[in-house]
Design a binder for this molecule. Structure first.
Ligand code: ADP
Length: 417
């Protein structure tokens, strides 16, 4: 039997899912980063990677034909020619790159995705500035690249999802001209399409983890793209809304859409583009007012077919970027009715309006017309909200088929092998 392993490195833990050629889950293993307090994040990742694979039942492990790994976007490190980290990894949200923003602004085109203190390129400049003159033969890798190296033994390889915030141009499939003047060019990885087979696992890994020697390791992706792949969305016009703490929209489009004003950018997905944006509205506002149990019981009492007259823009603090770009946008949560059912109805209706406005904006900017929305995140289990959203979105709204990023990464490993 041919089996495919996807491994997800998230913010609080890691997870592995093995699927067969029909996409049916054969094994699922987990590792919490809080379980171990180790000297370095890279040591924790390595231990997690091996523990996840070791926990997979032996008869399944030997059937694994291909492996892919996703990491958190813009989690990066510098390592030496043996793959040994020479700095502590910089996590996705580390913003020490603020110190190199001036240098970055001088070289990158205005509004480019690298122009953020947390971008991979900002982190690279910061790391190299710190290690100035010390080393020349380093490799700059994303978390997923380095973890894949531990399995296939090849350094200096990445994918164009992880490399987007490093400056790589996924349309021309090269680093742009403006990057060529960077002294740091020599440490950049070669970039391949996500899911490309890189090589077989090393003999040591095969022996240690009792994997088949001809098991190949592929280039990976980022956690949010992996979650999109897991949803079941695959045709242009299909979208995934994530109703977690914030509201995140992703729409699969034939055309590329980027608009820095709204924080909209596109990842390449084969011949298509995955475009989207994120609003500060979302479940965090609901959690501020209600417990999850209250959300469930109050939502049952809402008549979703009737539009709430309340005109809310639910935010916890001032400002949003998408679909309204206004850092001074005030939360709109008045008037507040005494009846909690009416109040919650207004909040859900307000968020559904923002979601619909977000998809309208993406389409106005040129994205393929929306025809179906899958839903992930804590709000996906709320049927009243789903009906309200369907009324505003005017397309079918379905739960994501799978919500685990590891499942999407297993699909990535399967598709090209
Ligand atoms: P994140 O990973 O972004 O923290 P989750 O996907 O775990 O978020 O979703 C958590 C959010 O889901 C919480 O903010 C909570 O308010 C919301 N939530 C939980 N249960 C419900 C429900 N029944 N209806 C609507 N929202 C819910």
């Amino acid at each position: 039997m041919n089996l495919y392993l996807g491994i997800d490195f998230g913010t609080s833990g890691a997870r592995a899912i093995v699927i067969n050629a029909e996409g049916v889950i054969q094994s699922e293993t987990k590792y919490s980063f809080t379980e171990a307090s180790l000297p370095s994040a890279a040591v924790t990742w390595k231990r997690a990677l091996f523990a996840l694979i070791e926990q997979i039942p032996q008869e399944i492990r030997t059937g694994i034909k291909a492996i892919a790994i996703n990491g958190t976007s813009s989690t990066v490190l510098l390592c030496d020619a043996t793959g040994q980290p020479i700095t502590e990894p910089l996590m996705y949200n580390d913003n020490r790159g603020i110190e190199v923003m001036e240098t970055l602004r001088a070289i990158a085109p205005p509004n480019h995705t690298v122009l953020s203190p947390t971008s991979s390129l900002a982190k690279l400049l910061w790391l190299k500035r710190k290690a100035e003159g010390k080393r020349q033969n380093d490799y700059f890798l994303h978390q997923a690249d380095w973890l894949a190296f531990l399995l296939h033994g090849q350094l200096g390889i990445s994918d164009y999802h992880n490399a987007l915030k490093l400056g790589y141009d996924p349309e021309q499939l090269c680093y742009p001209c403006w990057m060529e003047q960077l002294p740091e060019m020599s440490v950049l990885p070669q970039v391949l399409a996500p899911g490309t087979p890189v090589g077989e696992i090393t003999a040591d890994v095969a022996q240690h983890l009792e994997l088949s020697q001809d098991c190949v390791v592929c280039t990976g992706t980022t956690d949010s793209i992996a979650a999109f792949l897991a949803s079941g969305a695959e045709s242009p016009g299909e979208a995934v809304t994530s109703l977690g703490s914030t509201l995140v929209l992703k729409l699969l489009s034939r055309t590329r859409v980027d608009d820095a004003r709204y924080g909209i950018y596109s990842h390449r997905l084969g011949d298509l583009w995955l475009t989207g944006g994120a609003s500060n509205t979302g479940g965090a506002v609901l959690r501020h007012f209600f417990s999850d149990a209250e959300l469930e019981s109050l939502s049952c009492q809402i008549n979703p077919n009737k539009e709430s007259p309340l005109d809310y823009y639910p935010l916890l603090k001032v400002g949003d970027r998408f679909p309204i770009n206004d850092p001074n946008l005030p939360p709109q949560l008045e008037p507040r009715p005494t009846d909690s059912v009416k109040f919650l109805h207004g909040l859900l209706e307000g968020m559904a309006r923002i979601e619909a406005r977000g998809y309208r904006l993406l389409q106005q900017l040129g994205a393929t017309q929306l025809n179906r929305v899958y839903t992930a995140g804590g709000g996906a289990k709320n049927p009243a909200w789903t009906s309200i959203r369907e009324r505003h979105l005017k397309v079918p709204v379905l739960p994501s088929m799978h919500t685990e990023a590891a499942y999407g990464t297993a699909l990535l490993a399967m598709k090209q092998n």
